[in-house]
Ligand binder design. Sequence first.
Ligand SMILES: [Zn+2]
Length: 739
Amino acid sequence: MKRAVTVLLFAAAAASMQLEAQNAPPAWDATFRSLTSASEIGASMRRLSARPHHVGSAYGRDNAEWMAARFKEWGWDVAIERYEVLFPTPRERVVELVAPASFKALLREPTVSVDPTSGQADEQLPAYNAYSIDGDVTAPLVYVNYGRPVDYEELERRGISVKGAIAIARYGASWRGIKPKVAAEHGAVGCLIYSDPADDGYGLDDVFPQGPMRNRDGVQRGSVFDMPTHPGDPLTPFTPSLPGAKRLPVSAAPTLTKIPVLPISYGDAQPLLAALAGPIAPAAWRGGLPITYHLGPGPARVHLKAAFNWDIKPLYNVVARLTGSAFPDEWIVRGNHHDAWVNGAQDPVSGMAPELEEARVLGELVRRGWRPKRTIVYTAWDGEEPGLLGSTEWVEDHADELRRKAVVYINSDGNGRGSLGAGGSHPLEGFINGVARDVEDPDAGVSVWKRWQSTIVATGTAEVRNEARSRSDLRIAALGSGSDYSPFLQHLGTATLNLGFGGLDEDGIYHSIYDDFYHFTKFLDTDFRYGRALAQTVGTAVIRLADADLLPFDFTNLADTVQVYFKDLQQLLKTTQDNIRERNRQIEDGVFGAIVDPRRPMRAPQPEAVPPAINFAPLENAVDGLVRAAGRYKKALASAGPRLAAHPEVVRAVNARLIQSERQMTDPGGLPRRPWYTHLLYAPGYYTGYSVKTLPGVREAIEQKHYDEAESEVVRIARALDRESALIIAAAGDLEKIR
Ligand SMILES: [Zn+2]
């Protein structure tokens, strides 16, 4: 009985679908999803990760040419765009303990016999931190935990200074370039960064090759330049590093470190840390090594020597196009980087290979008769690892054209298994929720959206759970930095999405020689099913954006999110004021003297000025205005909806405005002390690097005690939101003309 009803309902549904199908255009995005292939993704990964392919390497160029040939074969117009960038590589590296005992660090990741590419020593970059300056120092060692400003406050209370010392920090909790920056600000003469086994080694799982985690000799390479100041070639800020470009001298590049830095394994770090004396490290600072963690300084003395070849190297961006049939000057841009530190199967190829699969299938759809209305631009960036070089130089090179034509930029950077992670511009939140509803999770038998929602419900607080169940769209994250979306979003003001799956796997091969095809196919997305899910998700988004008559921007989500940011900002000020008041009171009341432990002496903190009240009224009014404008656009759209098709000139006019909408929230003057970052809603934190600061001008004025800047930054953000509201109202006005 039940079954019969189901069959009848299904038959009715099928009949009505057939009717619709006669009128509606073919659902190209559904065809796209069905044509994607996990094994194609695996084949691309095997090819791209077969040899080391960092900036300036033979195989990096070979990969770029191979990808360009594939795009061509799939029917795309393709070019390789070359830039010339500063890319230092190591000439000499020494880390040795000279007192109280002697020990010379290995600084080398050995070949693992079961791993066929781990022995490609001739082509592997040695373990180093790019854009460390040259240096040769011998000094006492101090352990600084993650090396954030807050860690130095703890040290100071224990009477420990890094002045004249070498700071040893562990990886994690911030962009790695923050560690030498903060160490140098506190007077350190050198910096070592090591991978603690508690963070990505045996503290989490078995180590490679038995398991996925970092083994005792595994080292995380990586850039240490000052990305929060600006990404891209350190010698050509704001301008493209084309051949013959005017370059700063290396000594004047603002983003290089001030002190020499090298990364080391925990095998190399253990003897150094074990030789420290001085106070015991606070509980939260202790890692997973079988030693007692002391802070120093000394008696461990370390000799650190780093010297580099300061070469200018070519980089090769692959840029492929399918020209739009109706709106060729409106571009949907998609990218992932292709360069790696070594073989890079996970980072970046697990994102690059799905992007190639998207390009293959989009080409196949064209062969079957699809004509995208907008131009689709697929990019494979070189030089992301040293500092978003390829994407930043390309954006700086084509800035004027991109400001006019780029509608959306979609980024990925590697891919894992599990739930969709989405970040970006909030007007695209509703759109990407819709895409996620139509892609199937390869493991759970539910939609990607349902898995995304379930992950939030299973892990969130009561408030977050409620919202995930009741709000029509799941929230996407605001973007900080650390991948190629940064120049598009934060320099140009292009609406942006960053997408990838993850959450199920821990791995400890990030930026090591063991991030390779063997490791990936043994421990990560072994049969590329989530690689396929990424291609399906991004491809669906690209097709819908390319073919939408009216661009799917929804400003109510933006207005709602800006309200949240504003509330957070007010809360930050209040919490900061309360905390400083309370601490000042404790100092005055003699609390710190009364709880002293003479065996573990701690200095009382210094009293501090309480942050002044800030006049938020301009921002409050601007947020209200944005809420009203967004509501008016939504209403105008709903009532114009059915008649839009008859008014293509109105649709064009509205689209022209929507393309400029993200840009309204930028200010050409940029953020205080870092003018390259022009977006006033989000930026990487000056002292965190990867992670985002929302309303950064005001937030960092409070956090960094530039209180005098706070109110002028409030006004600047308010003006940006007013510009956005004016644009939204103008777009609503266009729609309201349709009667
Ligand atoms: Zn990457």
